[in-house]
Design a protein around this ligand. Sequence first.
Ligand code: TNX
Length: 513
Amino acid sequence: MIIPKPVDFEAAGGEFLLSPQASVFIESGGQSPKGIEARLREALSPATGFPFPVIADRRQATIALAHDGGIPAEGYELRVTAGGVEIRARDEAGWFYGIQTLRQLLPAAIFGNRPAPGEWRIPCGVIRDFPRFAWRGLMLDTARHFFSIADIKRFLDHMALHKLNVFHWHLTDDQGWRLEIRKYPQLTEVGSRRRESPKAGDRNTGDGTPYGGFYTQAEVRELVRYASERQIVIVPEIEMPGHVGALIAAYPELGNRDAPGFQPEVRTRWGVNPNILAPTEEVFQFLEGVLDEVLELFPGEFIHIGGDEAPKEQWRQSPTAQEIRKAVGLEDEEQMQRWFITRIGGFLEARGRRLIGWDEISEAGLPPGAAMMLWRDWKWARQALAAGHSVVMSPASHCYLDYAQGPIESEPEAICGEITLEKACAFEPVPEGMPPEEAARILGVQGNVWTEYIRDRDHLDYMTWPRAAALAEAGWSPQGTRDWVSFSRRITHHVERLKALGIRFRPLDPRDV
Ligand code: TNX
């Protein structure tokens, strides 16, 4: 009943009973860079009430974490016998995932946060498991609606127990800039606040209520650490050259001021906004100043630069932009976007990082070395993969967790319909017939939670779960072993775990609300 489904499971018959005296042995001498013993206690102590002390004698220990260089990265072998539990792994991620699976072998009450009555029995057997893809992500849009650091930590906790390992943090957009940048204080002083938001249930009318919020660098550092202890890398997204309404409201000189109708403001309505950054040297200097601080905060390999939905009208109409286009020798505005992104990609590459952006950045050809995140037509993924680029698959058809989960009339307000749990489960990220060397460049899968219509934590829970569990399985479990019959059987048990965690997930049968 494990989600995501493990590679291989052999039941042996019999059970092991966890007792209050249960202890832990960690092969690295009780040391682990990410505090694996603390993670183990977080997983097993609250509901059992047992302390799980770390002891030095392996033979005496109930749960042993052992090294095994023969196991694939992030993989583990979990062996439960009448004598106890052993988790073997080559890396700490493997131990961590072994612990997540062990937790799912226990009754669902193990997911509660206070001591629960009952016996803690674990079925005997061996599980051998490792991920299909290295990138198993969820994106959260904190620009349209702001979520507190506490809410995001909770989101990360839930990701981790589904073995999801990339948190793509959408930090900037037309309706808000949410990341403190010391060099440019106006970004948050001006850009983090909007006059009002669309009214709930009536997207074309304002609600008249000012809205805002941002994350300090100290909070971000703390979140990066918290995520990394749970084997999650944070990929920050700084949108450019479009979706920059908030940035341009803060620093109007970075917009195309000589384009007709130029109107800098933190946007108060959803949808695509005509503002785009000017293609000037001043803008590049500014963005590099922003990225310098972003790189200090986020140590991961990838930096997401957005690149989606960047209307070119202002570039067409701004005499300055046109002068630059001609001086550089660019044929049209699509080439200008490519030139823009290439320059930023070079800046990141020189600092040992990699650029990733939405599939629009591939329209005029991806810059060398850039990775792409597919969200529209799969043809963009096919093209990019054939040209040797890496791609993360997050097609709106299956991975958009802001879409309604059933007929839109019978669901809470959502951007549109409809991605049912069954549809999310049917997501197969590798296009049929793709040559293996191209498929090998698919980094993995990602679900995206855009938050135009998601205003609070409960609704975030509702939209994310259980669909994200299905996407986690698409990212983790071997091709050909997943199907709806198996998943729907397991998910009925799994929702009991979600319940114990206090997640306000969407019920499998909406009549149960
Ligand atoms: C398109 S997906 C967008 C977002 C919206 C989303 C709503 C993408 C790269 N851009 O700005 O929030 O649709 O589903």
